[in-house]
Design a protein around this ligand. Structure first.
Ligand code: PEP
Ligand code: MG
Length: 568
């Protein structure tokens, strides 16, 4: 059995599909005649073209025309006569096909990467992709292809990138297991929004399974059982059925209020990555959207930052889809582990502490203003709240808000309607902002606590590293004090505080957060009904007492013990 982190609840039993990108080893020894070496290259190139066409064809089931454009760019590259003739020339000068292809590709990648223009930089990524495929074909290596899966499988990978997850066919994906990553890594967040069971940070999984092996993944407790016995399969089939039945039973709470036994009401909302996720929030009884991560619009865009029009359509679709319920849209949170095809971030020692989120937006105001304009235009289609990510200083917040006001004024002057009822708030995910919350609350309409980052920054523990994942401690009293400071700071000025980090949907944290006075909890849609059940079973007065006690404890384990005792 292997241990991992339960990132998206559920149980899956099935055959492994192992996603392993082959390693390229270039042969230095020249083999075959010139004609034979040329033939190896020509055959591999023809296969590369037909492979890309086949992937495009299969991906067209899941992806939009725009998302498919990447394959056209790859085809153009593979069919480029200049690319082929340069490689052939190198082969004629005495190199093997693989060495020649690698040298030409490296030279072109270097050339495009050094160009300023975003369009040319992006061509470098295309060449990397195409030449990797070509080299695999020259060397007879097979590249895994998620779109080719046509039977139910458990996907095992080192990690899944956002573009890998975009290619997943939900119908055939029983679940996925990754070697690296934590509860708040992006593959984990995607798994929850797709409602696919996932175990991440499962050290040793890549070494210990091969495609076709049978596994049981328990993404409730975070374990993976390799080559299970018949008994184990029986036991876990029953556990899976019980889990699904419990999920079904919670549906009766879909339209119920999120209110404690003594009448204290809170709001339970859902986190989304785009218009497609609205349905899941509504089906799970979400009372609003507490976090719309707009970076996916930017990450899915192939050639350039998404236009004002594209963004406007997406924001409008979400606001209309939510039918007048509150929607909190977070402005672009890019950088750190989130990259763009068409923009190269500076090399930094610590990208999570560097040029990201609001820091990037306040620097690239052209990009930021486009988003603010699209949001202002969409504001008339529902109840919009806008929040800025990674705010560290009052000045940053004031500047960002002033830019929104400027764009709004310009639109009004152009005769375009903008709602007067838009709340402008901020995420609290940097300890400096949590400590100074009472000052921020003079200017911000609301806070939303991003515990994924707040924990990473207060514990100085990289959220992507499973080696230090033991420091992800939502119930640590130090974090609870930062949360209290944030909520109290807001309440002092009559403002509200939500939480949109993963902690908001954590059953063990709910009683304490309730007691600390959190007003809104925003989480993966699938956690909403269970949280509602918990809220409805507790007394606010008792939870206030519990929170007071928790704040005075030494460590997370003591808080967890106190919560367990109280819930008993
Ligand atoms: C957070 O940091 O808690 C958060 C919600 O933002 P993200 O996970 O997208 O960084
Ligand atoms: Mg964050």
């Amino acid at each position: 059995m292997l241990k991992g982190i339960a990132a998206s609840n559920g149980i899956a039993i099935g055959k492994v599909y192992k996603m392993e990108s082959p390693k390229i080893e270039i042969s230095m020894e020249v083999t075959g005649t010139e004609e034979e070496r040329l033939q190896v290259f020509r055959n591999a190139l023809a296969k590369t073209v037909s492979d890309i066409e086949a992937v495009k064809e299969r991906a067209s089931v899941n992806l939009s025309a725009e998302e498919l454009a990447i394959f056209d760019a790859h085809l153009m590259m593979a069919n480029d006569p200049e690319f082929a003739s340069q490689i052939e020339e190198m082969i004629r000068s005495g190199l093997n096909a693989d060495k020649a292809a690698k040298d030409v590709a490296d030279m072109m990648i270097g050339m495009f990467e050094s160009m300023e223009d975003a369009y040319f930089k992006e061509r470098a990524a295309d060449i990397k992709d195409v030449s990797y495929r070509l080299l695999c074909n020259i060397l007879g290596l097979t590249i895994p292809d998620l779109t080719a899966i046509d039977e139910e499988v458990v996907i095992v990978a080192n990690d899944l990138t956002p573009s890998d997850t975009a290619q997943l066919n939900k119908k055939y994906t029983l679940g996925f297991i990754t070697e690296i990553g934590g509860r708040t890594s992006h593959s984990a967040i995607m798994a929850r929004s797709l409602e696919i069971p996932a175990v991440v940070g499962c050290t040793g999984i890549m070494e210990n399974v091969k495609s076709g092996d049978c596994v049981i993944m328990d993404a409730i407790e975070g374990k993976v059982i390799l080559s299970p016995s018949e008994e184990e399969v029986k036991e876990y089939t029953a556990k899976k059925e019980a889990f699904l039945a419990e999920r079904e039973a919670l549906k009766v709470l879909k339209d119920a209020k999120s209110v404690t036994t003594d009448g204290h009401e809170v709001e339970l909302a859902g986190n989304i990555g785009g218009p497609k996720d609205v349905e899941g929030v509504l089906n799970n009884g979400g009372e609003g959207v507490g976090l719309f991560r707009t970076e996916f619009l930017y990450m899915n865009s192939e050639n350039d930052f998404p236009s004002e029009e594209e963004q406007f359509e997406a924001y409008k679709a979400v606001l209309e889809g939510m039918g007048g319920k509150k929607v909190v849209v977070r402005t672009l949170d890019i950088g750190g582990d989130k990259k763009l095809n068409y923009f190269t971030f500076p090399e930094e020692m610590n990208p999570f502490l560097g040029y990201r989120a609001i820091r990037f937006c306040l620097d690239r105001r052209d990009v930021f203003r486009t988003q603010l304009r699209a949001l202002a235009r969409a504001s008339v289609y529902g109840k919009l709240c806008i929040m800025f990510p990674m705010i560290a200083t009052v000045d940053e917040f004031k500047t960002a808000k002033a830019l929104y006001e400027e764009e709004k004024a310009k639109l009004l002057a152009e005769g375009i309607a903008v709602s007067d009822d838009v709340q402008i708030g901020m995420m609290v995910e940097i300890p400096a902002a949590a400590v100074l919350a009472d000052q921020f609350a003079k200017y911000a309409d609301f806070f939303s606590i991003g515990t994924n980052d707040l924990i990473q920054y207060s514990m100085a523990a990289d959220r992507m590293s499973e080696k230090v994942s033991y420091l992800y401690q939502p119930l640590n009293p130090s974090l609870l004090r930062l949360i209290k400071s944030t909520i109290d700071g807001a309440h002092k000025h009559g403002k509200w505080t939500g939480m949109c980090g993963e902690m908001a949907g954590d059953a063990m944290a709910a009683p304490v957060l309730l007691g600390l006075g959190l007003d809104e909890f925003s989480m993966s849609a699938t956690s909403i009904l269970n949280t509602r059940k918990i809220v409805r079973s507790l007394s606010y007065a008792d939870m206030k007492e519990l929170a007071e006690k928790a704040l005075q404890l030494d460590c997370e384990a003591d808080v967890a013990e106190l919560v367990r005792e109280t819930l008993k």
